[in-house]
Write a protein that binds this ligand. Sequence first.
Ligand code: BGC
Length: 359
Amino acid sequence: MWLNTRGARGARLAALACGWFAAWLITPAALAATQDCRAVTPETCAVAHGLRRGVNLGNMLEAPREGDWGVRAERALVELAASNFQTVRVPVRWSNHAAPTADATIDEGFARRVDEVIDALLRRGVYVIVNVHHYTQLVGGGRHNREFSVEPDVVDTRFVNLWRQVALRYQNRSPKLIFELLNEPNGRLDGEPWNKLAAQALTVVRQTNPTRSVMIGPSYWNNVRDLPLLRLPADRNLVMSFHSYEPDDFTHQGITWRPRPMPTGIACCDARQKQGIARVFETAAQWNRATGVPAHLGEFGAHSAGDMAARVTWARTVRDEAEQRGIGWAWWELASDFSGVWSPPARDWVEPLRRALLD
Ligand code: BGC
């Protein structure tokens, strides 16, 4: 992995300075591009367009326990994210910090930990997306190490009750806090089951947060392929969230958590691959024009086993596809081993990736 060798102090100062400039240096093309907002309120339209450049605090609060996956939502990382991006997505595994019963009473110590992170970010004035991430039983997936399971008949009710509590807890926070109902619904939730469950969760959210912007994405891991199946509830404060790891054999090369091995040495981006990437954004943009609901790219990233030059080309290509359509994005992820743009051991940016995302 390419890393530069400036000292930690210099790097921190440079990081803060870059962030300050990044907030102002938005390219004219990105500023000009807007999405169709006719089905949402002016407030949610402004949120969707304000999201611009973002990053995921990945592998932190959505690990089975914070720290299990090698990184924590440390104060310095939270500050780094807030000072260099306009949006920070905070994936949270609430389900593993809640009662195994239908009420899913959330552990107060864990909730306070999430409060700390969210409030630190909101104080810095960035948009914050908080979600339910990796409730693996909800989608019928295999349990992660140190993740507990619950009785099958309480799985869905727990999801709704998690939202009842999260929504109540954050009801008085700034409108810059956005709720995203579920990361990557898939498996047993594909299609209609997700539409039904999302509507139930939104109903409890609306009891305490009548106008907060809420993100709901298509099933099949938030893939635009499933947009034709997505039926959004009648609500004027929604944003559609999608993910893109296209082409998958490039972005997921060398990962070990799938049943089949993912070969390495896959290059990017030839004309065919670029077409595939563009098609994702064209599909999202067409859906936006058809529905009047704005879209957001909640995750994109290319695994560190790939060639750095190719990952840089890929990151820049995806970013440009999004920005030229006025679609905000969030890189997966800040400081872990999938495709961290910051290296904790070096205490510095992974500079080629930082440039591809922010220059
Ligand atoms: C998952 C991560 C994974 C990433 C890329 C995310 O939604 O939470 O664990 O590394 O997608 O596959």
